[in-house]
Ligand binder design. Structure first.
Ligand code: DGY
Length: 427
């Protein structure tokens, strides 16, 4: 398909998945508003409907809780096609939401939307909207600082694999072992009625997901307690890098708005992360890895999240060289970068969700960082691979890194958004 047609197809997907102010990732598999999906979707809308792109983020923050927490799903309306729905989460909020969060891409998206409005000479029309959104995003970042970094290491701790957005990445296997699944009982999954089970997490993983939902529900979704007491507490390298990047982008917006105290606060968060995030460097594997907060052990897994250090703005010559060497090694082993798990790992699976497939949104973040750090050749490879995957196979949720075929849901909103915002644009 020619690029013009692909642009049109991408816009049509966003329109078709638009439920009025928010966009579902995919109408059948994910029929609600998802947190980090919406942040990427806003970047896609920004290419052709600026007002609508801002609305996506504004609607997302209408689901924010009093304490600043921003849920990973907002159930604007019920839909029997998804499990676990609002009755299982039982957060008691209006609108109904889940009780866990997701990677904080919103600040980065908001900065991009704002700069795009400035470039178009429309800053005047959007400044009030920026001023209204900024404090909400800041409150969410404070929530991370206050609830998800108990040892003040400058990392982001997750209490559920779904919070990472990389649901079944192997990094959660060992930390997931202590989760008691004996009280989960019978349940009917809906994801495997929409998609091939080979592309989805296993029954054991789902049992653990649900046990952790029960755990949070039993604690009345008290996030401070969950952060201290959950049997699953992992410093996620993906979440930590994305939060650091998001804090830098929010700082740029604070400076733009002349919010000096907020800017100082954000600088302190950034300094803490810069000082502490080295805890996630795995000296043995020579890469960035998630680390179990409970045991202190590094996961040792090289995943696509291992390559977000440039995106986070971290610079260290030796670590950067080692990271680039891994990217080049993996780039020689697969046709399409970046597989979600190192293809040399014995657990690599070409089509199983976050154990092998390529995810366009992660490619966008990795390539953005690589480009900013001056690694243009690799950044181009990521962009070209993403572009080819979409142009040849369609707007799938993810892609097989070996033969490029689509994996998971089709007509996927964030893949369409990545096309519009990055992969389908001239380099
Ligand atoms: C799912 O249900 O698979 C989602 O990824 C949870 O966020």
């Amino acid at each position: 398909m020619a690029d013009d047609n692909l642009d049109r197809a991408a816009r049509n997907i966003l329109h078709a998945n638009d439920r009025g102010g928010y966009t579902v990732p995919n109408g059948r598999v994910y029929p609600f508003q998802w947190n980090w999906d919406s942040a990427f979707v806003a970047m896609g809308f920004d290419r052709f409907d600026r007002n609508r792109s801002w609305t996506e983020l504004e609607t997302l923050f209408r689901g924010q809780w009093e304490d600043g927490f921003l849920p990973h799903i907002i159930f604007w309306q019920d839909d029997e096609g998804y499990f676990p729905g609002p009755a299982v989460w039982a957060t008691g909020t209006a609108p109904a939401t889940s009780g866990i969060t997701q990677p904080p891409v919103a600040a980065t998206s908001l900065r991009r939307l704002w700069e795009s409005a400035v470039d178009a000479g429309e800053a005047g029309a959007y400044r009030a909207r920026l001023e209204a959104l900024f404090p909400k995003v800041l409150r969410w970042h404070r929530w991370f600082r206050d609830n998800r970094d108990p040892d003040e290491r400058g990392v982001a701790v997750v209490v559920h694999p779904w919070e990472t957005g990389r649901d079944n990445a192997p990094e959660w296997d060992a930390p997931g072992e202590p989760i008691d699944t004996s009280q989960v009982g019978d349940y009917v999954r809906r994801d495997t009625s929409h998609l091939d089970a080979k592309m989805r997490p296993t029954k054991l993983e789902y049992d653990r997901y649900l046990a952790l939902v029960q755990f949070g529900r039993d604690l009345g979704w008290d996030h401070a307690r969950i952060g201290r007491e959950s049997p699953f507490r992992v410093a996620d390298v993906g979440m930590s890098m994305i939060l650091l990047r998001a804090n830098r982008d929010l700082l740029a917006l604070a400076e733009e708005l002349g919010r000096t105290e907020d800017a100082d606060e954000l600088r302190a968060s950034i300094a803490r992360a810069e000082a502490g995030i080295g805890w996630l460097w795995d000296e043995t594997r020579q890469t960035w890895c998630s680390r179990d907060l409970v045991t202190g052990r590094s996961s040792g897994f090289i995943t696509n999240a291992s390559f977000l250090s440039f995106y986070a703005g971290l610079r260290d010559q030796a670590r950067d060289q080692a990271t680039i060497a891994h990217i080049e090694r993996i780039g020689a082993a697969v046709r399409y970068l970046m597989p979600s798990l190192d293809p040399e790992d014995p657990g690599f699976q070409m089509i199983r969700y976050w154990r092998g497939p390529v995810w366009a949104v992660v490619n966008l973040m990795i390539a953005t960082g690589l480009s900013e750090a001056g690694h243009e050749t690799l950044a181009h490879r990521l962009r070209d691979d993403t572009r080819t995957l979409i142009a040849r196979n369609g707007f799938y949720e993810a892609f097989n890194p070996i033969d490029g075929t689509g994996s998971g849901g089709d007509d996927f909103s964030w893949t369409a958004a990545v096309w519009l915002a990055w992969a389908g644009r001239d380099a």
